[in-house]
Design a protein. Structure first.
Length: 134
């Protein structure tokens, strides 16, 4: 678990996931920390995808990573996605909106109101109480 934490701190999310998986494979099924570790593993998987959206990545790779996050429904990455609403590329901004809408299950009315405005999404995520599920 310490190794996974160190790897996460260095941004090596895939390696951190593997370290956690190795620990979980050896840990007893009734380990009281198991649920927290599984949740952490999902968070790390999401961060691994988020790291592939960075502006230094090819456009197609960024779009594919956003699509994977959209399909994952991983609510643990919502706050990590919000900065991409400020991306200079219009298509990245709207792919981020679609990913956020799917992950947060925002209805059409909410989606129309929020658009691609980062501060609106941040406020809504906090006010709606959905941020508490982290």
């Amino acid at each position: 678990v310490g190794m996974a934490s160190a790897l996460e701190a260095r941004g090596q999310f895939a390696e951190a996931v593997r370290a956690l998986q190795n620990y979980l494979a050896l840990a007893p099924a009734d380990d009281p920390s198991r649920n927290d570790l599984l949740r952490w593993r999902e968070h790390l998987r999401g961060l691994e995808q988020v790291s592939q959206i960075g502006p230094n990545r090819p456009f197609e790779e960024r779009i594919r990573a956003l699509a994977r996050l959209e399909q994952s429904g991983n609510r643990l990455v919502v706050e990590s996605l919000l900065p991409f609403l400020d991306d200079p590329n219009f298509r990245i901004r709207w792919a981020t909106v679609h990913a956020l809408a799917a992950i947060t299950q925002a209805d059409d009315r909410t989606l129309n109101r929020l658009g691609a405005d980062r501060s609106s999404w941040e406020d809504w995520w906090t006010r709606s109480g959905r941020g508490e599920e982290r």
